[in-house]
Design a protein around this ligand. Structure first.
Ligand code: AKG
Ligand code: FE2
Length: 249
């Protein structure tokens, strides 16, 4: 089954292939329930980074980018994957025909994520559910990559040209795949407000659920949490892993 007509209708037409944006993908109750589950996870579940904190489900990848096979917990599966992703056919063409891995990133005002690409460990498709507050995702040309690696990264990032800006409302779904995944970098600026919002600057402006809410052209950031669903290509069954560790046939 290929992607549905509903998803096709949500394509961000000003972006290269392919990105899709659906406002109000989940209800407020579903959002509250997810935020509750995230905040009730035991503290060791969180990895504290200098500019945000994150949870990894069901576990971090191994050094060889392998996922140890384990089911996602029901609260990350229902209703986001089943039935919603399945109905839209989002992962229909990915190797496991479903996501098997979820990163949960939390950004307080002033926090962000440096421009990066998600890399070859995953099938080139990310489905992001946003919770709590809006945030702008910046899309950069890939040439920036070498500049970042050359050191003095922060200064170069500050000067780098943002190619596209995607406004993600709370409860929305953003899907990026194909060239959007492999051909560009993405990041979130470390700011306390997102400004200069309008039809000329925000590529999914026509698809927003509450455009009027951004008519002032800016908002103060509040805590925004994202769930990024992906399909990890290499999966090791536990039995095989134990065999490997024990050196037995
Ligand atoms: O929070 C987001 O929307 C982006 C997260 C991200 O880029 C990542 O986890 O790789
Ligand atoms: Fe990313």
């Amino acid at each position: 089954m290929a992607i549905s007509e509903k998803l096709q209708a949500a394509r961000i037409v000003s972006l290269p292939n392919d990105a899709y944006y659906i406002p109000n993908f989940i209800t407020e109750e579903e959002e509250d329930q997810l935020l509750r589950k995230i905040s009730h996870a035991p503290l060791p579940r969180w990895t504290q980074l200098s500019h945000r904190r994150l949870q990894t489900w069901p576990s971090s990848l191994t050094k060889t980018n392998t996922l140890l096979s384990a089911a996602l917990p029901p609260w990350l599966t229902y209703p986001v994957i089943e039935p919603k992703f399945t109905e839209l056919g989002i992962f229909a063409e990915s190797p496991h025909a479903a996501p098997n891995h979820v990163l949960i990133n939390e950004y307080r005002p002033g926090q962000g994520i440096m421009p990066h690409e998600d890399g070859p460990a995953y099938y080139p498709l990310v489905a992001t559910v946003s919770l709590g507050a809006p945030i702008v995702l910046d899309i950069y040309d890939k040439e920036l990559e070498s500049a970042v690696e050359d050191g003095d990264a922060r200064e170069r990032v500050d000067r780098a040209q943002v190619r596209y800006r995607i406004l993600q409302e709370p409860r929305s779904l953003l899907v990026t795949r194909g060239e959007m995944y492999t051909g560009y970098l993405h990041g979130i600026a470390e700011k306390v407000a997102d400004e200069d919002l309008g039809p000329e600057t925000i590529c999914n402006w026509d698809l927003l659920g509450v455009r009027d809410g951004f008519a002032r052209g800016s908002y103060e950031r509040a805590t925004r949490t994202s769930l990024t669903y992906r399909d990890v290509l290499k999966v090791a069954k536990m039995g095989n892993t134990l065999k490997f560790l024990g050196g037995k046939k």
